[in-house]
Design a binder for this molecule. Structure first.
Ligand code: ZN
Ligand code: MN
Length: 472
């Protein structure tokens, strides 16, 4: 009998607000340990939290971007547990009234992975293992998080991968998080159970905690699915437990029995007031949502004749896509711009993180100027590529890498001769031009450009062509 996987994800996303969720400390990643801390975020008794409004706005944006309903009334709750990274012995989170609920992320197949809820909460500190010692860095304590909880709609590790990538893209497009899994600003808990195909009842699930690599998430899902099927088929039982995935052995091991919600003794946070949101603000936020990667991708394919695989590369990071859109103003064939970005500019960008930042020396206006020169037949593609390479390396402007005198390298006399030759061998175009079709002159111009290898100035050639035709 065949088994199927039933998987749900809980994704923690660190919000990129400047300050923490309940105090004014910086929420910056990578600072010296324990330098972004104060009595509030290290949980000293007698301190009072104050909710950062920006956190609420960011979380609502995340909810709107994933088609959630926003609860106009929401509140914070205490989730009690003891661990050294959490000195208060409770995490301020949300329990029965999360900020957002009932959304979805759509996969390419059209399948919707339903989002049960998105709530806000504080991050805990970080344990650093050094030899025999365990050190604690509280910089991360109080960094704002949203936790995005799906329904168990995911049926394969591929779907899990796609969902996470889509979620990453959406959060990055609205700029609420950089979602860098390797830095821990996006982490997934993976809930897994199996059942006979076609069965509707859910099996007993296990939860793999705190995964921060898409590659390992897919491996862990595949491993755990097999493990559960094997256990059931050999007459064993699945226990509800929390697992740790080991990258070294590609297997899961038990951490503890899975806790239920009542183990946390949730209760309303007495030090914080109700979070109220109004409809006017929601409407305003909706207008601030950008066009997302999927929409842009479709548009590039349909309107600009760009291949789907290229379009996907362009929209993967918003900054690249924004750069592309600024560069194509007044350009007849945006595909040329796409080719230059993917073929030349990307060669100078080493990794995904740099693509995400897209901090390059070339401005979109510069690329636009360069492609306009091509469009006007003043330079050919090879020269454009070479020039763009130089611009990427040196930060020089178009006029510096393609100096004006380059365009005059061929003497006026030579150009005149070539014009005459082209006029002679293109009777019909000349007739068209004389009968008032201005476009015919562009055709002749193109022919001359070919002959001069793009080194002559288009305006100059046009003048000569028009004059020569008149004289002929
Ligand atoms: Zn603080
Ligand atoms: Mn959480």
């Amino acid at each position: 009998m065949k088994y199927e996987l039933v998987c749900g994800l809980e994704t923690h996303v660190e919000l990129s607000t400047k300050t923490k969720i309940f105090c004014g400390c910086r929420s910056h990643f990578g600072s010296e340990p324990n330098t972004n801390c104060c009595p509030i975020c290290i949980g000293l008794p007698g301190t009072l939290p104050k909710l950062n409004k920006e956190v609420v706005r960011y979380a609502i944006m995340a909810g709107l971007a994933t088609h959630c309903e926003i609860n106009l009334i929401s509140k914070m709750d205490r989730k009690n547990y003891v661990y050294p990274d959490l000195p208060k012995a409770y995490q301020i989170s949300q329990y029965d009234l999360p900020l957002c609920k009932n959304g979805y992320v759509e996969l390419e197949s059209g399948k919707k992975i339903r989002i049960n809820r998105i709530h806000i909460e504080e991050d805990a500190g970080k344990l650093v293992h050094k030899g025999q010692d365990v050190l604690i860095d509280y910089n991360r304590g109080g960094v704002p998080l949203i936790e995005i909880v799906t329904h168990p709609d995911i049926s394969s590790s591929d779907e899990a991968k796609e969902y996470i990538e889509k979620l990453q893209s959406i959060m990055r497009y609205i700029d609420v998080s950089d979602c860098k899994m390797q830095e821990g600003s996006m982490r997934c808990d993976v809930n897994i159970s199996v059942r006979h195909e076609g069965e509707t009842k859910l099996g007993v699930r296990t939860e793999i905690k705190n995964m921060n690599s898409i590659t390992f998430i897919t491996k862990a899902i595949d491993y755990e699915t097999e493990r559960q099927i094997d256990a059931i088929q050999s007459g064993g039982e699945i226990y509800q437990e929390t697992l740790r995935y080991s990258e070294e052995t590609n297997s899961t091991e038990s951490m503890r029995n899975k806790e239920n919600a009542n183990d946390y003794r949730y209760f309303g946070e007495p030090d914080l007031i109700t979070i109220k949101t109004n409809k006017e603000d929601l409407e305003k936020y909706k207008t601030q949502l950008p066009e997302f990667a999927d929409g842009r991708c479709k548009r590039y394919v349909n309107d600009y004749d760009i291949s789907k695989s290229d379009a996907k590369l362009l929209v993967k990071y918003k900054k690249v896509s924004d750069f592309f859109e600024k560069s194509i103003k007044g350009i007849d064939k945006p595909k040329t711009v796409s080719n230059l970005i993917l073929g030349v500019i990307f060669r100078y960008i080493e990794n995904e993180s740099d693509k995400q930042e897209f901090n390059i020396k070339v401005l979109p206006e510069d690329l636009n100027k360069l492609v306009l020169l091509m469009q006007e037949n003043k330079i050919n593609i090879n020269l454009a590529k070479k020039a763009l390479g130089q611009m990427m390396e040196t930060g020089k402007k178009v006029s510096e890498v393609i100096p004006d005198d380059y365009l005059q390298e061929i003497s006026g006399e030579e150009i005149k001769e070539i014009c005459k030759k082209v006029i002679k061998s293109n009777d019909s175009a000349v007739k068209d031009y004389l009968s008032g079709k201005d476009k015919a002159l562009k055709f002749l111009l193109g022919q001359v450009m070919k002959e001069t290898k793009g080194k002559a100035d288009a305006k100059f050639i046009e003048k000569i062509l028009a004059g020569e035709i008149k004289n002929a």
